[in-house]
Design a protein around this ligand. Structure first.
Ligand SMILES: C[S@@+](CC[C@H](N)C(=O)[O-])C[C@H]1O[C@@H](n2cnc3c(N)ncnc32)[C@H](O)[C@@H]1O
Length: 239
């Protein structure tokens, strides 16, 4: 009997020791927790949970709510006149951006997708364009929606292959206004830390882009909620 009590007390001490650890003063533990949660959250989408079943006002929104909150703060702080979104899908994020613009009282959205979905949400602040984001005529059409001296933010969330993101970064970075953001979505794929077999994607494109382009810096303050689908992907234009 005494042996069992001793064993139980040892067990309790072990649990207490584990719970008493402070992840924020233990970088390895912190990283393991965040990575483990990120993989759990991301993979649970295949069970119809998390990002494949996240909706804004009823419309599917392929985002993590932690990132959407960062979007809200960024929009409030920077007040872009135009938000260019490459990759509309169902339009949940597009509608979310329009709702935020309604609350803030300014801003409109130009959203591009190669595959036009019939039930995209209509909103007076939203313009949809069809075609590949990197096609010259589509890029020209996007530019037509931006007046001289308007503040512009860009979100790259279309084809996540490195080649396509390279091309988008090359052309769309020029639209972003100083002190505004170029958000490269889904840099978490290719093992950062999800979908290890994806192949070079947004993260690899960002790293190469930043080696050549000093107008942008990574704003890691946007990663303050620990988990983001866009690690190293919140780029602030500083020049
Ligand atoms: C990740 S989803 C976009 C998710 C959406 N932004 C959201 O937050 O709900 C990617 C979208 O990019 C579109 N797409 C793929 N290749 C594209 C291209 N070359 N140009 C524009 N859109 C493209 C797909 O049709 C798909 O709807």
């Amino acid at each position: 009997m005494g042996g069992i009590v001793k064993e139980a007390k040892r067990g309790i001490r072990k649990v207490r020791k584990f719970l008493d650890q402070r992840p924020y003063s233990n970088p390895k533990l912190e990283k393991d927790i965040v990575t483990g949660f990120h993989r759990l959250y991301y993979d649970a989408a295949s069970l119809g949970k998390t990002w494949k079943n996240t909706r804004w006002l009823g419309i599917y929104t392929q985002k993590c709510p932690l990132d959407l909150w960062i979007y809200q703060e960024t929009l409030w702080d920077t007040r872009p006149d135009v938000i260019v979104e490459c990759g509309t899908a169902e339009g949940g994020t597009t509608l979310y951006l329009a709702s935020m613009c309604d609350l803030i009282g300014s801003g409109r959205i130009v959203s591009v997708d190669i595959d036009t979905k019939p039930k995209r949400p209509a909103h007076p602040r939203i313009t949809y364009l069809s075609g590949s984001s990197t096609a010259p005529d589509v890029f020209a059409a996007v530019k037509k929606h931006i007046a001289r001296d308007e503040k512009v933010m860009v979100i790259l969330d279309s084809d996540h292959s490195k080649k396509h993101v390279d091309e988008e970064l090359k052309i769309y970075s020029n639209l972003v206004s100083r002190d505004c953001y170029l958000i490269v979505e889904d840099s978490n794929v290719n093992g950062h830390p999800v979908l290890p077999d994806h192949g070079p994607g947004p993260m690899e494109a960002i790293d190469e882009f930043l080696q050549k382009d000093n107008r942008f810096i990574i704003d890691d303050g946007k990663e303050k909620f620990y988990m983001t689908f866009n690690p190293r992907g919140y780029l602030k234009r500083v020049k």
